[in-house]
Design a protein around this ligand. Structure first.
Ligand code: FAD
Length: 502
């Protein structure tokens, strides 16, 4: 392909294909580093109806890191948990979600209206000078060479091309970017058809409560979700013999809504049959191209984690692309994206599948209690887990652990102070003694633990004398307390991994 045929737009560092929640979050992250980004999206406007209805504290912290949490927070609801009921709607088990702000600085679980979130993410992009969004563009082809890729698309039948250093496919389950490199889906074995019905209530049904209601009826498991404002969701399992065209009709839907409402209490605005699947791409990077979000993984929605996983993907990939493009980090850093994210996502998919099977099969309080929490406490904590295969220092101490969000002495929250950089935390003397080994200001904020009580506490709790937190808020690693000789190599190793200076 001749380079003469490439549009002479300003140089593009990253092309993102797809402006769903994954692509929009990534574009906000990269825009924060001033990276020149072109987003190509097939649809002319935001899809007006929700798919995802839940996100967690980790996703909210990522939205905070791109300056959007203040805008998103007033529109969401803190999720209060699930009530499991039998087919007569009698309570089997109450499963509350924690109602306190957790260590990440946010509530563990939120209900949201996806079009609101996407509008907020798009608002964020409108404020980014280095991000261009082109809608109505269908990407048709990606051709790579050693230094970049040429991306071809069609808009109103007119073909165009652009050259970019990197391409990220955030283009959903049928990703054209994934198809452009040689990879397969690994099927993790879950496949069920469910009917999803979104309703806008037109009458007061506050008696339904604020909990999610899971009807435990092996013949027809059904989930009711209390969404923000007047929005409510029913998810109804389907039998193999039931045809799509029949189950989307009023005659099927109204009698199968449990808890029930009547047509004069709500308006059905969406009725869609989904095949819930569990799949993981066996490759997430091919030279200059990456995939993220549904392009890389699919999971049943029983944990409300599909979109959250996509947000975690791009929180991981975003800073690594910035490190390569802005801090001169070695290209090998980008290989850690798949190494870290793929096994992490697999655990969430497997957990979602197990929860789905439990919901489909448990019909008594005893089996539910056992399935949810074998110690009987039935209190669902956030499914927080670290990265099992994380990059990090030579001894790997603390690498990949999820880090809390302390508040600094000046009142700033840690993620705000980090502003897309690493946080390197140590006592005053250690920082002064090893100043020559520290990363530069562009890639890290250096924090004196003696000046911030919450950071001194963090070092003490972790049993370390120095700690580095990555821009995606996982731990890079720590120096075990008392090992003063290890501090200089720890700082130097970090610097070598994220920038050109060792
Ligand atoms: C019923 C249901 C309930 C769910 N509930 C939850 C939940 O509660 N919590 C949760 O975290 N997740 C949930 N999920 C999963 C979640 O909706 C998805 O994981 C998430 O939407 C994926 O986002 P994405 O940006 O990766 O992909 P998508 O949302 O699919 O976006 C891909 C974008 O790429 C564009 N595109 C595709 N091909 C091209 C092309 N060739 N050129 C240009 N543009 C292209 C598309 O137009 C689209 O805008 C649920 C899913 C379903 C179906």
């Amino acid at each position: 392909m001749s380079s003469k045929s490439v549009d002479t737009m300003s140089p593009t560092e990253v092309v993102i294909v797809g402006l769903g929640p994954t692509g929009a979050t990534l574009a906000n992250i990269l825009g924060g580093y001033g990276i020149n980004v072109l987003v190509l999206e097939r649809e002319e406007s935001i899809y007006p109806l929700p798919r995802a209805v839940h996100f967690d504290d980790e996703a909210m912290r990522v939205f905070q890191s791109v300056g959007l949490a203040g805008q998103i927070d007033p529109k969401v609801r803190v999720n209060c948990g699930t009530r499991f009921v039998d087919k007569n709607q009698d309570l089997l088990l109450d499963w509350p979600r924690p109602q306190d702000i957790g260590p990440l600085g946010w509530y563990p679980s939120y209900r949201f209206h996806q079009p609101d979130l996407e509008a907020d993410l798009n608002d964020g992009l409108a404020r980014q000078d280095s991000v261009t969004v082109l809608r109505g563009c269908t990407v048709t082809d990606i051709v790579q060479d050693d230094d970049g890729a040429i991306i071809s698309w069609e808009q109103n039948g007119k073909p165009s091309q652009v050259r970019a250093d990197f391409v990220v496919g955030a283009d959903g389950a049928r990703s054209v970017v994934r198809h452009s490199f040689d990879c397969d889906w690994e099927d993790l074995g879950f496949k069920e058809r469910w009917l999803v019905v979104d309703v806008q209530l037109t009458a007061d049904r506050s008696d339904l409560g604020d909990f999610t209601i899971q009807t435990c009826d092996r013949a027809r498991p059904t989930t009711y979700v209390r969404c923000p404002r007047e929005w409510r969701r029913w998810e109804i399992s389907l039998h193999d013999h039931e045809r799509d065209e029949d189950v989307v009709g009023d005659d099927f839907i109204w009698p199968h809504m449990r808890p029930s409402i009547t047509p004069d209490e709500g308006r059905i605005v969406r009725r869609a049959v989904y095949n819930f699947e569990s799949k993981l791409s066996d490759k997430w990077r091919d030279r200059r191209c990456f995939i993220a979000g549904d392009a890389a993984h699919l999971m049943p929605p029983f944990l409300g984690q599909g979109m959250c996983a996509g947000v975690r993907d791009v929180a991981n990939l975003g800073w690594k692309l910035a490190a390569v493009l802005r801090w001169n980090a070695p290209d090998a850093l980008l290989d850690t994206y798949e190494r870290e994210r793929r096994p992490h996502t697999r655990v969430y998919i497997e957990t979602a599948v197990n929860v789905g099977r439990m919901m489909n099969n448990a019909e008594t309080a005893e089996t539910l209690t056992h399935a949810i929490n074998p110690d009987g406490s039935a209190q669902m904590k956030s499914i927080s887990r670290g990265l099992a295969h994380a990059m990090g220092p030579a001894d790997g101490h603390l690498a990949g652990a999820r880090m809390p969000q302390p508040v600094l002495a000046d009142g700033r929250r840690l993620s705000d102070a980090m502003a897309g950089r690493f946080a390197v935390i140590a006592g005053r003397d250690a920082l002064a003694d090893h100043a020559d080994h520290l990363p530069d200001d562009a890639s890290a904020i250096i924090l004196d633990a003696d000046a911030h009580e919450a950071l001194a506490d963090l070092l003490e709790i972790q049993g370390v004398s120095a700690l580095a937190i990555r821009p995606d808020f996982y731990c890079y690693g720590g120096v075990q307390g008392g090992d003063a000789a290890a501090i200089a190599p720890f700082f130097s190793d970090l610097r070598a991994q994220i920038s050109s200076t060792a």
